[in-house]
Design a binder for this molecule. Structure first.
Ligand code: SF4
Length: 378
């Protein structure tokens, strides 16, 4: 069967339809918007923090972090002058730590280049570290009323269904069309509310599976629903299974203290603390991996002991399985070759440092350590 070519999205719309959809969505949002903390403020700083935190993270997870973050860093200036370690500790457990490091850089840029005033233009926001088209549009529209549309997973789903778009939204050219369509549909008089309404519809009504079309304020305009395709759009590619990395981790004891090291500032989990270890090489026994890593990365000699536990964790692009061994320091003076810093710490003091979630899963197995593991993403 020949696949019917999707028409340009603009052709499925008319000015009248656009106006009606805008009106219906805005009225629905005014009556149904969830009461979220960042919706009670017009402070661009607070809105910006919420938008960064909400990237790839659920609202329920974000709320306590949002309050704690603003309690600790109430203004852009306090964030700019904060110690990165302290920032990472506040962020610990929220995951995707590049966001926190970029927030820090962006806050410094705002203080230095914009006299501590968050830029009120799309372009100004876009120039900040960690701020892409989505975040710039979200902050510009919600905080400053700038007519720029957002496009996230929720909006892609709503648009694909409204216009019955059968193209793969993951492909750049199709994504560009959706951006155009989002800008076209945006209500220029109420861009902040309209953007939030689209996202809210996707999050609460136009669900990925079993959308609640009977409760949808734009159901009569939805071409996917009319075609009975609402459950099939947007088309999804099969997600390949995440590759698994096997890692050996050493709890290296010297007396009653444990060795922890700090990852270099850039890259995955940059700036966080962890227990020494590394990826097993092909054919290598796990205890031998720790001995090798301790020598290569820290220039010390250790003796591996019994395996203490095995923990697993899924990152966005791979999974790790950590085989954790009790080890003992033998000789050498710690020198950070593959890390940024190190400490010998008592188990009860581990909680003062920001660790990735996978390492935190080890805490309950360490006598005397804080057993409050957190299960959020990295
Ligand atoms: S009618 Fe159904 S599929 Fe269409 S936008 Fe509304 S909830 Fe989504």
């Amino acid at each position: 069967m020949t696949r019917k070519k999707t028409k340009p999205v603009a052709s499925v719309d008319s000015t009248g339809r656009t106006r009606t959809i805008r009106r219906a969505l805005l009225a629905w949002f005014a009556a149904n918007a969830r009461d979220l903390p960042w919706r009670r403020t017009r402070d661009p700083y607070a809105i910006w923090i919420s938008e960064i935190m909400l990237q790839q993270t659920r609202i329920d997870t974000v709320i306590p972090y949002y309050h704690r973050f603003l309690g600790t860093f109430p203004t852009i200036s306090t964030l700019a002058s904060a110690d990165l370690d302290k920032l990472l500790k506040v962020w610990e457990g929220l995951g995707y730590y590049t966001r926190a490091r970029n927030l820090h850089k962006a806050a410094r840029a705002v203080v230095e280049l914009y006299a501590a005033q968050i830029p009120d233009t799309f372009e100004g926001l876009l120039s900040l570290p960690g701020v892409g088209r989505y975040t710039a549009a979200a902050v510009a529209s919600i905080a400053f009323g700038v007519p720029r549309a957002v496009l996230d997973g929720n909006v892609i789903r709503v648009l694909s269904r409204l216009d019955c778009v059968k193209d793969d939204p993951a492909k750049p050219k199709n994504r560009d069309k959706l951006w155009d369509r989002a800008e076209d549909l945006l209500d220029p008089a109420h861009p902040g509310d309209f953007n939030q309404a689209m996202m809210e519809l996707g999050a609460t009504i136009c669900l990925p599976r079993n959308p609640l079309c009977l409760a949808c304020p734009v159901a009569v305009h939805c071409l996917a629903r009319l075609a009975g395709l609402q459950d099939k759009l947007p088309i999804r590619k099969k997600v390949p299974k995440l590759p698994l990395q096997v890692v050996a981790v050493g709890l290296i004891w010297k007396g009653r203290k444990l060795l922890i090291d700090k990852r270099k500032p850039e890259g995955l989990l940059g700036g966080l603390w962890e227990f020494p270890g590394g990826k097993r090489l092909r054919g290598e026994k796990l205890p031998a991996t720790i001995v090798r890593e301790a020598k290569e990365e820290l220039d010390i000699v250790i003796t591996p002991g019994p395996q203490l536990c095995v923990v697993e964790h899924a990152y966005s692009h791979f999974r790790v399985r950590l085989h954790v061994f009790d080890c003992h320091f033998v000789s050498g003076r710690v020198r950070c070759r593959g890390c940024d810093d190190f400490r010998w710490v008592r188990p009860q003091d581990l909680d003062r440092y920001a660790f990735p979630a996978a390492n935190r899963k080890i805490f309950p197995f360490i006598p005397g350590a804080d057993s409050a593991t957190k299960s959020e993403r990295d």
